[in-house]
Design a protein around this ligand. Sequence first.
Ligand SMILES: CCCCCCCC/C=C\CC(=O)SCCNC(=O)CCNC(=O)[C@H](O)C(C)(C)COP(=O)(O)OP(=O)(O)OC[C@H]1O[C@@H](n2cnc3c(N)ncnc32)[C@H](O)[C@@H]1OP(=O)(O)O
Length: 304
Amino acid sequence: MALTAVIRVPSRALLRPWARLRDAALGWIEPAGGGGVEVSAQRFASQKVLVEPDPAAGVAVMKFKNPPVNSLSLELLTELVISLEKLENDKTVRGVVLTSDCPGIFSAGLDLTEMCGRNPAHYAEYWKAVQEMWLRLYLSNLVLVAAINGASPAGGCLIALTCDYRVMADNPKYCIGLNETLLGIVAPFWFKDNLVNTIGHRASERALQLGLLFPPTEALQVGMVDKVVPKDQVQSTALSVLAQWMAIPDHARQLTKNMMRKPTADRLLKQRDADIQNFVSFISRDSIQKSLQMYLEKLKQKKG
Ligand SMILES: CCCCCCCC/C=C\CC(=O)SCCNC(=O)CCNC(=O)[C@H](O)C(C)(C)COP(=O)(O)OP(=O)(O)OC[C@H]1O[C@@H](n2cnc3c(N)ncnc32)[C@H](O)[C@@H]1OP(=O)(O)O
């Protein structure tokens, strides 16, 4: 399937709404003269991402809180990136556990309502935020451990895959995987690259084509997660793992992480705008919009 770019969105126009949202979330003050911005850390008040720092241990726990299913809305993505940046600038923090505040769900993945029935400028803004989240997490200097305490499809799985280590709760109802094909959409190349780097080429090919969602024991077997533990031990295990990784001198570990990951991140960095154009053109197609609408309706009907 050829994904030709038919809708062009100037990159500067892409940046502005993202910057506005970030400024609003950070509480940046526009001085009366309009010349520049001033950052006030005290005014930072996050709603979708809770950060619990433990300076004595040099770690923080970041919890996604976007009920009911932690879908990755533009707002959540923006807060996630801001929170991560804040932790990276905090000299007392060297490692972070990423987990969920929503019972039974790590994250339902990208917010389908951000990709359905909107205009091309919105799709472009949204996709830039998705890229930004992935790049920031994937290349983070911090040790990141995912404490997967619930279902983790698609974009939820991607967040887990950016981490250095994944601990998952042993409930067989919780599944993890890149299930995009089940929605009639295609995982972008950088989702695929991240998966291949984690579980290898053959396992990725099978998992991606079939849109496989793995229960914890299968996810462990295929290497999508590193450890499966009882639900009430997920966070404590993640914190223990974090302590082990933090025993390694930071600069040696960070240089090694960068050496392993930079070529993969560079593939996206070299073609960010083209990737946005491809996404906008793909997601705007009538057939794709219909598939996504049908999928959303199926999710809603499930209740009735
Ligand atoms: C060239 C490049 C091309 C690029 C193409 C696009 C690439 C896109 C890449 C990534 C795709 C994604 O991440 S798409 C999202 C995929 N996610 C899923 O398939 C998960 C869907 N959800 C579920 O399976 C379930 O909701 C759950 C297992 C996560 C939880 O089940 P539960 O029974 O607890 O909850 P409900 O199903 O009843 O859901 C409650 C409520 O939430 C709404 N919902 C669920 N998921 C999403 C979502 N991802 N986005 C938005 N909204 C979601 C659901 O409809 C319910 O809504 P109502 O309460 O209004 O009924």
